[in-house]
Design a protein around this ligand. Structure first.
Ligand SMILES: *Cc1c(COP(=O)(O)O)cnc(C)c1O
Length: 368
């Protein structure tokens, strides 16, 4: 059976070589006589797996020693609460709202303290990133942004200037897609199901001093949600998502073995630029995200009508091109071209777009 051209926004494509390795180790992981799924999280075999995953990630991202790496559960969504619970020491934080994920995070944070919306692109339908105007109040506990807004297909390339206020970033849909200057953030986190593993794990990287002696909101915070204790227990406070961490480790190695983050970034822009360049001259399709704000991963576009969008998505499936429908809040189309999506898949999508446009001349714009 042929593998699909899978443009799913998440859970999404995993490198075929990694899936094959996992399949080969399924019944007997390295002579242990059991699958990783069946093994104690306190075993030395699993300890080596999690240690190796962290070490590989540290090499890949150049994570400084004063940052702690945690493998947590509950998806990126749980960290919308985890961040304020742990870091809102004066119960006052700033949020940059550039799409539905940062909007949800800001709304969740309002349960715990005062949220200042420092910038927003909501008035233009989140078709671009949001940029800070002027200096940031230095009394804020942190400034939050979602660096790649998965639904709208926008990406913030320049981090905001926040002075001494730590930057907290949800990088779920650009995790390991390109290098990031870790030392410029206070905290980075990502749900791994976009680029780095199966759903259910979050990688959280936090500067040690921000952890303090415990969560900002004190003892009411569920023990599990306290970053200090999770860091001190090396993500083994309770039973972690052992299988997920094992798969993450394999994918981290795959990124490293295929050239690391610089090479990944080049390949990713090469892929999405095939689509962006086509969209810029197409007379049928319109790109949704503004040029300066375009994502390295999620390419959003639409046809002149909802009916054509529907026809496009249905026709794509007949070409083995799957999951190109847009998010339910936005409609249109979205092709998520994450790390494990091969260029060949993007070329197949491009060819299909060209043939679809040729077959719908009557619906095309006549202006340039
Ligand atoms: C997918 C996604 C989320 C939600 O992740 P869950 O693991 O489903 O909670 C949050 N933020 C961003 C940027 C995402 O892409």
């Amino acid at each position: 059976m042929a593998r699909a051209y899978n443009f799913s926004a998440g859970p999404s494509a995993i490198p075929e070589s990694v899936l094959k390795e996992a399949a080969a180790e399924m019944l007997d992981y390295k002579g242990t006589g059991m699958s990783v799924m069946e093994m104690s999280h306190r075993s030395s075999a699993f300890q080596s797996i999690i240690d190796d995953a962290e070490a590989t990630l540290r090499r890949l991202m150049g994570i400084p020693e004063n940052y702690r790496v945690m493998f947590l559960q509950g998806g990126a969504t749980l960290q919308f609460a985890g961040v304020p619970m742990n870091l809102m020491r004066t119960r006052h934080a700033g949020y940059i709202v550039s799409g539905n994920w940062s909007k949800k995070a800001a709304k969740e944070a309002e349960k715990y303290g005062t949220v200042d919306v420092l910038a927003t692109s909501e008035p233009t339908g989140f078709d671009r990133t949001a940029t800070l105007e002027g200096p940031v109040d230095q009394d804020l506990d942190y400034v939050y942004l979602c660096q790649n807004e998965t639904v709208y297909g926008t990406m913030t390339r320049e981090l905001p200037q926040t002075g001494n206020v730590p930057i907290v970033a949800d990088v779920s849909s650009m995790f390991l897609s390109c290098p990031v200057p870790v030392e410029r953030y206070g905290l980075i986190y990502a749900g791994v199901q976009k680029n780095a593993g199966p759903a259910g794990n979050v990688v959280l990287i936090c500067r040690d001093d921000l952890l303090g002696d415990g969560p900002a909101l004190g003892d009411v915070v569920p023990t599990y949600m306290g970053y200090r204790v999770q860091a001190d227990k090396d993500s083994l406070l309770n039973t972690p998502n052992t299988w997920g961490i094992y798969m993450c480790g394999k994918i981290f190695h795959w990124v490293e073995d295929t050239g690391g983050l610089d090479a990944m970034e080049r390949r990713n822009w090469d892929k999405v630029n095939l689509l962006y360049d086509y969209l810029d001259q197409s007379r049928l399709f319109s790109p949704i995200a503004k040029r300066d704000s375009r994502s390295i991963a999620n390419v959003t576009f639409r046809c002149p009508s909802k009916e054509l969008d529907k026809e496009f998505v249905a026709g794509a499936a007949e070409h083995n091109i799957l999951n190109v429908g847009g998010h339910r809040v936005l409609g249109g189309m979205r092709a998520s071209c994450y790390n494990a999506v091969p260029k060949e898949a993007v070329e197949a999508l491009l060819a299909y777009m060209e043939s679809f446009e040729a077959a719908h001349r009557a619906d095309c714009r006549t202006d340039a």
